[in-house]
Write a protein of this length. Structure first.
Length: 766
């Protein structure tokens, strides 16, 4: 810690200087970075001295103590650069009164009354019994709330933890979560057991805990670090879509993650080999986590066992159980469907009849095969039987499309389950299910990850009929799992009671769309058939390198598409990229298009703090929300346009699906420019025009389902810009990225148990 210098041997730096003084005024304070410039009276100094460093806000007159050193600034002269600053509680009655005068809602008169009532115990009362301030004349509940908020923001465990995080160059917003979890022990856990943070505090990962441990000299070979590293590997695997990892893959990844920094935290003579934690230590860590219940091991026939984090294992188990219950229930009356329209294909007829007789039906098919027609027919049948309707999709845009296609209200799954503010909990769940009986239709079910599927299915009962609709040839969910594909794999096993209807016939009205024709051509692995001109919808433009591709994409967005199709380039034309990086990635296109469309408009700027480029949001910019915000009901993937900007307050307003959403400074980090987004982020959305750069530098991402997903996002115009070899590679490479899940074999087993069959068949769904 800064107060004690650097404990490493051989470091001859002078210990930091400690000064005390009284704050004259705050010259500058950044709420975001906490960088602060203070003027402080130090004993023996006639004029206030300048102190600079990072700390919480400090009111005038506060007595402060800090460790640091004097430095000479080339412009501002001599300054005391502090590493850690502590605000000391005043001990004299005049000092207490002067401090209170700066609190919001107080002034000289009320501060004097408080001190007269509580004397030297004033700050003890504020810390432990703040409601006693209501005993003072002139102080009501609202004033008390302001006083307590101000006082708690400058004292207590949260401030202690924030000060320590500042010293360690760790974001201070973690402090609240750390104190919520560990209360009065928060600072001790932070300093002595940082790896507990990674396992017990949401949002703090292994790498952050590792930075803290190294800075504080915590043992880098402890069992705590090994266990936290194993959990981190599995959490990272979730980001890649896995629900579990094979044992040997988990061990190998953990050995790499836990490798010690050579020559810095260990003996300089240590060999490279000795910098790696032995696999036996990793195996021992797996044993500890299995014993504690944090990990669950599941055998696979003919393969190494899979290791799950307990939460995802429980989610898969619950999904399998609910689906089996819906598929085998006898609670439903058989619906009569009457004479079905003659224009329905045999597959569409089969789907309507299936939901009339079953509690669970899976409907899958590509664009133009009539999935929406089936949904409308099923809704008509449900209304005829006076059954309540619940239509939903994983994203707001997908829900909006479902509503437009059916003429019925459709919601996001989060809104269907009624998300509760910042807690993220749902109103409807196992113990408070959705009202029934009801027909539940979930569109774009390929986007369901196992966690959201668990939340949704937990809120269903045997009174519900569930119809999952999706295209399994699209990319799987961004989150862990491959729910739709796994459910279909289990449902199509011999003896399964779950009907799966695959629509394959392309209807005549869709046959005229070269976008749909080429989407199916991609699935077949065949050569693309771009339009030759006229009113065509699908084009391929060749570009061998990223520079040329960037130039052609910009021209298509800003000139060709708007001129030929009457489109608004800001809102109707969407660039979909395989990756963020590179000249043909989202970052480069977003910067270029922002300069093209909104240069000179009012803006707010988020400082990258030296680690990244500053981010700018201007009036008129197209932006995307990148994380769920349950309080304000905006969700990951929502796209909107900036309609108001306040540069002074660093706030803005974004219109998302016709609703104005205000963003304060701290909420702006959840936004990114969206003139170009990744193909993964586009799932569930459709756009009038889509431009897709595809080059050799995207090689690792080039797969058939990636290109197929991108093309099927286009409604009126789709343009591929890229290297023919890269496009060909994407079409030929049919193997989807492998995901380790256990849902398919688990559902097979659960169905067999529900049907009274004792044989358990294991299948590897990876």
């Amino acid at each position: 810690m800064a107060d004690h210098g650097d404990p490493r041997e051989g470091d001859d730096r002078a210990p930091p200087l400690r000064l005390e003084g009284n704050v004259s005024n705050t010259v500058f304070h950044s709420v975001e970075t906490r960088y602060t410039v203070l003027r402080v009276y130090v004993r023996g100094s006639l004029e206030p001295t300048t102190w600079v460093g990072r700390c919480m806000g400090v009111e005038e007159g506060a007595q402060v103590s800090a460790a640091g050193e004097w430095v000479m600034h080339p412009v501002h002269g001599r300054q005391f650069a502090f590493e850690r600053l502590t605000v000391k509680a005043p001990t004299t009655l005049p000092g207490i009164r002067r401090r209170l005068e700066k609190y919001p809602g107080l002034g000289k008169d009320k501060a004097e009354k408080i001190v007269r009532r509580f004397g030297a115990d004033t700050f003890t009362i504020l810390d432990n019994e703040p409601r006693r301030l209501l005993e003072v004349e002139g102080i009501g509940p609202k004033t008390l709330e302001r006083i307590v908020d101000h006082h708690s923001s400058r004292s207590g465990p949260v401030v202690e933890v924030e000060n320590q995080l500042l010293e360690l160059d760790i974001p201070t917003f973690y402090a609240d979560a750390i104190v919520r979890r560990f209360a009065g022990d928060a600072l001790t856990v932070l300093q002595r057991h940082p790896y507990r943070l990674a396992r017990e505090v949401r949002g703090i990962g292994f790498l952050t805990a590792d930075r803290i441990a190294r800075a504080l000299g915590v043992d880098m070979e402890s069992d705590d670090r090994v266990d936290a590293g194993l959990v981190y590997v599995l959490e990272q695997a979730e980001n890649d879509g896995h629900c579990a990892l094979p044992r040997e893959r988990l061990v190998g990844a953990a050995v790499g993650i836990l490798a010690l920094p050579s020559g810095r935290d260990r003996d300089p003579q240590a060999s490279v080999q000795s910098d790696r934690i032995p696999p036996e230590r990793i195996e021992a860590g797996i044993g500890r986590l299995l014993m504690s219940g944090e990990l669950v091991e599941e055998p696979r026939e003919g393969n190494t066992p899979l290791l799950f984090l307990a939460e995802l294992h429980a989610a898969e188990q619950n999904v399998a159980q609910v689906l089996a219950d819906l598929a085998t229930t006898t609670a439903h009356e058989r619906w009569s469907h009457g004479e079905l329209p003659a224009h329905l294909s045999p597959g569409q007829v089969a789907a309507v009849k299936a939901i009339a007789e079953s509690g669970l039906v899976i409907l899958t098919g590509g664009p133009g095969t009539g999935k929406s027609t089936v949904i409308r027919q099923v809704i008509e049948m449900a209304i005829a039987h006076e059954c309540e309707l619940m239509l939903a999709a994983p994203t707001g845009r997908a829900a909006k499309r479902l509503s437009e296609a059916t003429g019925q209200e459709a919601r996001t799954i989060h809104r269907l389950l009624e998300i509760q503010g910042s807690s993220g909990a749902f109103t409807y769940h196992t113990n408070n299910p959705l009202p029934g009986p009801a027909l539940v239709v979930i569109d774009e079910a390929s986007m369901l990850d196992v966690t959201l599927a668990d939340a949704l299915f937990s809120a269903l009962t045997p009174e519900h009929r569930l119809m999952l609709v999706g295209d399994i040839d699209q990319l799987p969910s961004v989150g862990p799992g491959n729910v739709l594909r796994d459910v279909i794999a289990a449902a199509e096993r011999p003896g399964s009671p779950i009907p799966v209807v695959r629509l394959k016939q392309i209807f005549r009205q869709a046959e005229g769309s070269s976008i749909i024709v080429n989407a199916h051509t991609i699935l077949e692995g065949s050569r693309l058939r771009p339009d030759s001109g006229g009113d065509g919808q699908f084009f391929v433009v060749h570009a061998r390198d990223a520079e040329r591709a960037h130039e052609l994409v910009m021209k298509a967005v800003c000139e060709r598409a708007p001129e030929a199709y009457g489109l608004d380039p800001r809102s109707d034309v969407q660039i979909l990229c395989p990756m963020h990086k590179g000249k043909a990635g989202t970052t480069a296109f977003n910067r270029a298009l922002q300069e093209r469309f909104t240069k000179g408009e009012p803006e707010v700027v988020l400082d990258g703090s030296g680690r990244s480029q500053p981010r700018r949001f201007r009036l008129g910019d197209r932006v995307m929300q990148t994380r769920n915000d349950y309080d304000r009901q905006v969700f990951n993937g929502d796209i909107g346009q900036v309609i108001r900007v306040n540069p002074d307050k660093q706030t803005l307003v974004v219109e998302i699906d016709g609703i104005a959403v205000a963003y304060e400074t701290k909420q702006l980090a959840a936004l990114q420019l969206a003139y170009a987004v990744t193909i993964h982020k586009s799932q569930g959305s459709e756009f009038p025009a889509v431009i897709i750069p595809l080059l050799g530098e995207h090689w690792v991402m080039l797969r058939r389902n990636l290109l197929y997903t991108a093309v099927t996002r286009a409604q009126r115009l789709c343009v591929l810009v890229g290297d023919p070899r890269a496009i060909g590679q994407a079409i030929r490479r049919a193997d989807a990225a492998r995901r380790f899940t256990g849902l398919a074999p688990r559902l097979v087993s659960t169905l067999r148990e529900a049907l009274g069959e004792v044989e358990i068949v294991a299948i590897d769904s990876t």
